[in-house]
Design a protein around this ligand. Structure first.
Ligand code: SF4
Length: 90
């Protein structure tokens, strides 16, 4: 079955490899002051995994971000304006 994209401007060309994602996530750990705890990170990813906006298992249709990367940062939030599924951490 083909997964229908919710992104207006995105095609399957936005798909990235597991290697690239792991490299990006590893880079976030170079400055621990800007990233969330493992517990917060896992909770955020759990929300994304069950969200219909998650495309290709990697990308948020609303922000265009790789969720495994975006969810690492304290200053990032779920982009749903009315009812964000996860918030910034101060
Ligand atoms: S960041 Fe928010 S809208 Fe995007 S996939 Fe995750 S839970 Fe869904």
């Amino acid at each position: 079955m083909t997964e229908k994209s919710l992104c207006k401007g995105c095609t399957e060309s936005v798909m990235v490899t597991e290697e690239v994602i792991q490299e990006l996530v590893k880079e976030t750990e170079e400055d621990l002051s800007v990233i969330v705890s493992d517990d917060v990170y896992e909770a955020r990813l759990k929300s994304c995994t069950s969200c219909p906006a998650l495309q290709y298992g990697t990308t948020c249709a609303h922000s265009g971000s790789l969720v495994r990367y975006r969810a690492k940062f304290k200053n990032k939030a779920c982009p749903l304006a009315a009812n964000p599924k996860w918030e910034k951490v101060s």
